[in-house]
Write a protein that binds this ligand. Structure first.
Ligand SMILES: Nc1ncnc2c1ncn2[C@@H]1O[C@H](COP(=O)(O)OP(=O)(O)OP(=O)(O)O)[C@@H](O)[C@H]1O
Length: 321
């Protein structure tokens, strides 16, 4: 294990922010800390980095108890949402900085910095200043700088959070590819479930200071541990007291075992998919079907249909939740 967090508790004043948090991060993995705002993601990342100290519990990095080590001695690289670059230094010098203070030979520094700039596709920008870069380019520079000193662990706190949606999407793909090339153990914080699903190989769902579930993107999406995780990871709707993914619902003209009667309220075409809005008793629900299915059923507002979770699909009973 590259990182082992054991029974960590942390409060700010009297407010508990991390409650008995234990996670294992496998060497070479790309792990997302995912959860709603205020859930404790950044605090957990900062505890791993050594920027915050847990009240109780331990943090091991590469098997070594790092709980009391300073950030400098943990050999971690860190990138924040708003990256503080050295404004008066070129991109080259920003990336070289960590190696220069470690007094590495000039030729070695040059080779390493140019390799890194190539890796983050900024080789043409070496002589620019940070103010002459776009937001996405600046974050890529930040990653190159964090990687320069060959950290054992790379920690990213919403690294693309301040960028517009399009650039964010590009950088996600880019981060995944970069990780496939470099394989450095990476933990990144995000509140965006799509980002976590697309980029990470392991997702840790954190809410209200506690770990709700740990698993692969497919695990947490298809087999959520509880209604909170199911709701947070993707769209849900409620049918017969069960929480179901809207694409996991069977809609038929005639009743089937376990089905509920519903009235079609609206049929919305969204390209290939069709969203069927329903009224079941006094509750609203919706189902996502393909255009073919919608056409076959010839659905119109006011029609009576029957719906039930697809046999074999995952649904969660809501009683007591
Ligand atoms: N230095 C601090 N002093 C007091 N309270 C803090 C401090 N840092 C964080 N908190 C509180 O701890 C809780 C968790 O914050 P944290 O930033 O870890 O959550 P998060 O999941 O990363 O949320 P976000 O996505 O909004 O950053 C919040 O209620 C926050 O107000």
């Amino acid at each position: 294990m590259a990182i082992e967090v054991r029974d960590v508790n942390k409060s700010f004043g009297t407010t508990p922010v991390l409650r008995d948090v234990s996670i294992d991060v496998a060497s070479g993995s790309l792990t997302a800390l995912l959860g709603p705002s205020g859930g404790g993601k950044s605090t957990l990342l900062r505890v791993i980095a050594g920027l915050e100290h847990p009240d109780t519990g331990t943090v091991l990095i590469s098997g070594v108890d790092a709980t009391r080590l300073s950030p400098q001695r943990r050999n971690v690289g860190f990138v924040f949402q708003h990256y503080a670059a050295f404004k008066h230094m070129t991109v080259y010098r920003n990336v070289a900085f960590g190696l220069e203070i470690r007094k590495r030979p000039k030729a070695e520094i040059r080779k390493r910095v140019m390799e890194l700039l190539e890796l983050v596709h900024l080789e043409q920008m070496a002589d620019r200043y940070p103010s002459q870069l776009s937001g996405g380019q600046r974050q890529r520079m930040a990653l190159a700088r964090a990687l320069a000193v060959e950290p054992e662990v790379l920690l990213l706190d919403e690294p693309f959070g301040a960028l517009d949606a399009q650039v964010r999407k590009e950088l996600r793909t880019w981060l995944r590819r970069l990780h496939d090339e470099v394989h450095v153990t990476t933990v990144f914080v995000t509140h965006d479930q799509e980002e976590a699903i697309e980029v990470a190989d392991t997702i840790v769902v954190l809410a209200d200071g506690a770990v709700e579930q740990v698993g692969s993107p497919a695990d947490v999406y298809d087999n959520p541990a509880n209604p909170f995780v199911m709701r947070f990871l993707g769209p849900v709707t409620e049918i017969g007291g069960n929480l179901v993914r809207p694409h996991d619902i069977e809609i038929t003209a005639d009743p089937r075992p376990g089905s509920s009667e519903a009235t079609v309220a609206r049929v919305v075409r969204l390209g290939f998919e069709v969203r069927v809005e329903l009224q079941i008793g006094d509750r609203d629900a919706w189902v996502q079907v393909t255009r073919g299915v919608a056409e076959q059923l010839a659905l119109n507002p006011g029609d009576t249909v029957n719906v039930r979770p697809n046999p074999g699909s995952r649904s969660l009973a809501l009683t007591g939740a």
